[in-house]
Design a protein. Structure first.
Length: 460
């Protein structure tokens, strides 16, 4: 799934993303990028974010050091290693159950004993750089304390301006790309509900005044979207009507976020994510996928090759090239994930830049690696499944054995177990379905659900 406007992978995409063949320190800290305080994030979600620290292993090679939570499941890690991945050495960070809204990496860097242990591993393995989920002050300070470089380099201000949804709109306008018109709403904690409601109504009126064909896309409706300017994974995004404005204000005041973006809701056919990797002398097209959303909450991704032929997708791909090239000129080196709305009339609107590892990045990298080995235009899907009760990983692997696939063993279809963990007497799986033929994706999932039902029956 590569295009002439981008550089094609001449080596493993895993190596390209890491930006180095040298031993690397890997930090996959999802929770740590959310602004403090984080009390509005449900404890189970915060727990899951910390669990994802183990995903750093997916990008690791021998002699890498992976800073990960002690919640790591060893059986799943062993299975990944047998698949040819997760070869790095683990440096376990304590998980503090009494402080669930602090990330494992943030806890780790406050402990001098832990830092000394990590520094010993870094020196022992000859680690040269730090590869992270997203470069924040925590990762930058950690790299400095270890006397190593960052794999993805950029000014912190540039990263923050790209991640912020309001300043990203300004960036898009500066390179003459279309935007969904939006307005800023700063919730005033010291003001009354009535005063805040008045501020919200003023922003809505401004949006309505600019809702002519020249001011907003033709797909706009009478509904509105309000979202934090610096959230991810669809967290705290709310769709509402003008009649619901009081209720929505009462809802968002429960969140710690004070800066919000308001937009007209745009009716669209597809919500697509496109990822590129930017180096000083090349821009790589990693891949694209349609996002699977529950309301606005991210649930997974799917790719159907037929979507690549639509005018709206081609439009989004052209915009991706322009955005990537401009960021390259500005000095950014690393991954970007652009979210687009694709409309029936062929228009495409970029909403945000996930300037970090995205939820589908590993799946895209896995697909790119398989395609590089001789396959082309693979169909795939990344989804999460939940089983009632605690099912040990070996039992999962045994049940799915006939369908499981690794990079070297791929022939025409199969399933890869990206994530496995247990929480609140439930077993959670994140799986990648891969198939040469689109219909085989549906067959793989139908067979999977049938097999997983046996576990649910046991725990009823």
């Amino acid at each position: 799934m590569h295009f002439d406007v981008f550089q094609k992978f001449k080596e493993s995409p895993f190596s390209v993303l890491r930006s180095s063949h040298e031993p690397t320190l890997i930090v996959y800290d999802v929770l740590g990028h959310f602004p403090q305080p984080r009390n509005s994030i449900p404890k189970e979600l915060a727990y899951n974010f910390n669990l994802r620290s183990k995903n750093g292993f997916l990008f690791s090679k021998k002699k890498d050091v992976v800073l990960t939570s002690e919640l790591l499941n060893s059986s799943h890690r062993n299975w990944l290693q047998e698949s040819g991945l997760a070869q790095g050495e683990a440096c376990l960070a304590h998980y503090d159950q009494t402080n669930p809204h602090t990330s494992y990496a943030e806890i780790f860097v406050t402990c001098s004993k832990s830092i000394a242990q990590l520094k010993k591993l870094v020196q022992s393995y000859g680690v040269k750089s730090l590869f992270s989920w997203m470069n924040t002050e925590t990762e930058m300070d950690l790299a400095k304390s270890m006397n190593i470089d960052l794999a993805w380099t950029s000014d912190l201000g540039l990263i923050q301006n790209q991640f912020n949804k309001t300043t990203f709109k300004t960036f898009l306008a500066s390179i003459n790309l279309p935007i969904v018109r939006g307005g800023s709403f700063a919730f005033q904690s010291c003001a009354t509900l009535k005063e805040n409601l008045s501020l919200l109504e003023k922003q809505i009126q401004i949006l309505d005044d600019h809702s002519s064909p020249s001011g907003n896309p033709s797909g706009s409706s009478s509904d509105y979207i309000i979202k934090p300017v610096d959230s991810a994974a669809g967290c705290s995004v709310v769709r509402f009507t003008y009649q619901d404005r009081t209720q929505v204000l009462e809802k968002i005041v429960q969140f710690e976020n004070t800066n919000w973006l308001i937009e007209k809701y745009i009716a669209h056919e597809h919500s697509v994510n496109i990822q590129t990797f930017i180096q000083s002398d090349a821009i790589y097209f990693l891949g694209a996928s349609e996002q699977i959303l529950d309301d606005f909450s991210y649930q997974g991704n799917i790719w159907d090759n037929r979507l690549a032929h639509s005018d709206a997708y081609k439009n989004a791909l052209h915009q991706t090239k322009l955005i990537s090239k401009r960021l390259q000129e500005m000095g950014y080196r690393g991954l970007i994930g652009l979210d687009f709305l694709l409309l029936k009339n062929g228009l495409a609107f970029c909403l945000e830049n996930n300037i970090r590892i995205n939820g589908s990045t590993f799946a895209l990298t896995l697909i790119a690696e398989i395609e590089r080995r001789g396959f082309s235009l693979l169909n795939w899907c990344f989804k999460k499944y939940q089983i009632e009760g605690i099912v040990p990983f070996p039992a999962i692997a045994d049940t799915l054995h006939a369908s499981l696939v690794t990079i070297p063993s791929f022939k025409d279809k199969g399933i890869f177990i990206q994530e496995y963990h247990t929480v609140n007497n439930k077993t959670v799986l994140a799986l990648i379905f891969i198939a040469v033929h689109k219909n085989d994706l549906n067959l793989l999932e139908a067979d999977l659900i049938k097999r997983l039902e046996t576990f649910n029956e046991i725990h009823k």
